[in-house]
Design a protein. Sequence first.
Length: 570
Amino acid sequence: MMFNSKGKEERTYDAIVIGSGISGGYAAMELCTKGYKTLILERGRDIKHGDYPTANMDPWDFENQGKLKQEELDKHYFKQNRLSWWVGEGHKHLINKDDEYPYDEVKRYDWIRGHHVGGRSLMWGRQCYRWSDIDFEANLKEGIAIDWPIRYKDIEPWYDYVETFVGVSGRKEGLPQIPDGKFLKPHDLNCVEQHMRESVMKKYPHRIITPGRCANLTEYDPKIHLGKRGQCQNRNRCVRGCPYGAYFSSQAATLPVAEDTGNLSLRADSIVTEIVYDKKLGKASGVRIKDAISGKEYEYFARIIFCNASTVGSTALLLNSRSESFPDGLGNTSGELGHNMMDHHYGMGASATMDGFEDKYYKGRRPNGFYIPRFRNISKETKRDDYVRGFGYQGGASRVANVPEGLVGAELKEQIFAPGQYHIWMTCFGEILPYHENKMFLNFDKKDKHGMPIITFDAELKENEMTLRKDGVICAEEILEAAGAKNINSWNEATAPGACIHEMGTARMGHSNKTSVLNKWNQIHDVPNVFVTDGSCMTSSGTQNPSITYIALTARAVDHADREVKAGRL
Ligand SMILES: Cc1cc2nc3c(=O)[nH]c(=O)nc-3n(C[C@H](O)[C@H](O)[C@H](O)COP(=O)(O)OP(=O)(O)OC[C@H]3O[C@@H](n4cnc5c(N)ncnc54)[C@H](O)[C@@H]3O)c2cc1C
């Protein structure tokens, strides 16, 4: 082992950020702009903005029009292919292969991640919804798990702050369950979606169909949308990386701004294996890394450490950071580290066709759809006796591609221009409760190729989830019926946790180190110079896509860290 071969000083920074994805990129930008010499350590390869090899490819440029061959799926994506829609030729280079990045499952867990600079900011779906006190107060009111140590008023100004920079489009609706934000102009609903909105609201006044709130720049202001951003071209190829920088990613937004300060250093291919705790100082002194290419080990030092390796990555790192003071993982005084694993429901929804709009067209594509916010258990009127919490839907209506078979030449051309029918689909995203027994842990007897203990998942849906799922499907059918749709099909395939790619909760925030890992500022209760601001911090899961909340908590935590440093407490 070789530590500090070039001297400790050269490896000492004001701050270290572990992971360069959605939350890590934001942490680094905030630290750098406040003047902190910041080192990002990212376990995956470097990807520069614009280095998106498939971004300009058309379906005919891919073998099999972008579908992967069965041999490749079987060899490299045998777990992820359980979600048959997921891996494709256009973005497979951004997804970890199951054979290269093994994990174990006591119960099935679908883990989707990408180890490279930018993390999942490059291929996320960009949907952004605020949480409200309906979410922050739910655990306390219902006596479930533990109380959140914050309320909406604590995070509201930070939503304002980050939404402005990120650039979130949306329509103000004045709904308490998803508070309005600082929105750019929305992607309009198309004629069928607008019809759905009007007809469904007449029958079900709480079921609101609104344009998705989305981190694609529908309006671009170079003074606000700093970095390498640009106007959205509605190409709908976001999952491959956007050469226009039109959606929020680390590459297009946070990393270039951080770089421009002159305070950023980024080391790719650097697997952080441990956060080092200094018993005498009562805080972390730095981190150990393993170079993913050379296999050499190094140590880096900093006054503040931001842990943003994603929910599972950060929790694994903390569990692996064992010392005399923390034999069960850094900051794990409560024994809750790794527990309370949550995600959102997946694999349920409905589809249909809609007649009567054959003469209506729309132009171009749209990297977005509609959203139906939660309408169950948000008031006395909407209270259910059979389950707690709720669900929302994401969906869209579009023309079905009209591809007549067996024709050539003029006849084909004529037929192909005839518009297809309108098709509607909607997927339900529901809340999963924080159960102590739903967990991840490390198997120290089994190691990956880098010598890291294998991550093992043991989580499942329970009774509340199963009851909620049934209602989620019934309501989807009701919505389509109320809209006058035809050929309604619904599905409820109970996928495993992880499938919704919103993993959360394994190092939760709380009031005390007896029941939680982090305090209300995302600091480890017992190691105050380590901040964890990715999804592992979440105390419950809500129904909303969570990343904008991680971003807001990150900006808030950096602000707090800065104040603590200036006050001499960190
Ligand atoms: C297809 C898809 C669609 C999605 N849609 C949405 C959506 O619409 N809305 C939404 O809110 N969310 C969505 N998500 C989820 C969203 O991507 C994640 O919530 C978000 O990226 C989490 O941010 P993060 O910073 O915690 O982790 P990530 O963005 O995953 O970044 C973590 C980074 O840490 C690095 N890392 C891990 N371990 C280590 C280590 N030991 N040392 C160094 N580096 C490490 C990883 O390589 C990675 O780069 C989607 C995800 C996917 C894949």
